[in-house]
Design a protein around this ligand. Structure first.
Ligand code: ATP
Length: 213
């Protein structure tokens, strides 16, 4: 049987506890076998990414060192243009599809914004989806969007589309943290240890990341 592999793309600039909670919930609530964090080489939606790809990868690796079923994938490292998720899912399928089935993990805020993604409809044919709640985003809004995208409700939290791809909604919400707020706190010299793994805190300070002019 193929492994259910969660593909969790993000900028991770920097990775915080909310991200790790998203991965944990995907393993426990959506029944995935493993989660791959995929730092985006060049996020198409984000301007002013501050830390380099190499630094963001290094931070993700440190944040999940003791998490058995999580790993950091650099599948996007060869990309020269924007890191489109569709391209990554197709590449994953070619390289690992024989033994693994992709489940795209996405926060509820990003899910509501999915129409702005490059050929987003194709994603619904290529991968299952796991949508994880985010503070400030109503569960009803996620369900309405799922219906708009052609998914019908199967069970309490599972939807299905015409090509039998599933969308699993996780209504439990991780902590209310964002990378933007962490960068702001760092800039103001505030203590971030509550929100970020201590090994990542050390890495940020050793490499002088996110310092303000
Ligand atoms: P930024 O503040 O720079 O926009 P971010 O904290 O949203 O960053 P990203 O790396 O852009 O982090 O997010 C990657 C994915 O993780 C997205 O799908 C996003 O919705 C999700 N995510 C991030 N933080 C949370 C959180 N606290 N709860 C639920 N989902 C989250």
């Amino acid at each position: 049987m193929k492994k259910k592999t969660g593909l969790f793309g993000g900028t991770f600039d920097p990775i915080h506890r909310g991200h790790v909670q998203v991965a944990e919930l995907s393993l426990t609530r959506a029944g995935l076998d493993e989660v791959w964090f995929i730092p985006s080489k060049q996020p198409p939606h984000k301007y002013g990414v501050q830390a380099s790809f190499a630094h963001r990868v290094a931070m993700v690796e440190r944040a999940i060192l003791d998490k058995e079923r999580m790993c950091c994938s650099t599948i996007e490292k060869m990309y020269t243009g924007p890191s489109y998720t569709l391209r990554t899912v197709e590449l994953f399928d070619r390289q690992y599809g024989k033994n693994r089935e992709p489940y795209l993990i996405i926060g509820a805020d990003s899910f509501l914004d999915l129409e702005s993604w490059y050929t987003y409809e194709k994603l619904f044919e290529k991968a299952h989806l796991v949508v994880v709640g985010r503070p400030g985003v109503a569960n009803g809004a996620v369900e309405n969007k799922a219906a708009e995208f052609g998914f019908s409700k199967r069970e309490k939290d599972t939807f299905i589309n015409k090509v039998k791809k599933r969308l699993i909604c996780i209504y439990e919400k991780p902590e209310n943290i964002s990378s933007t707020s962490i960068r702001k706190m760092l800039c103001e010299n505030k203590n971030i240890s509550e929100y970020i793994n201590s090994k990542v805190v050390e890495y940020i300070s050793y490499n002088n990341l996110y310092v303000c002019d």
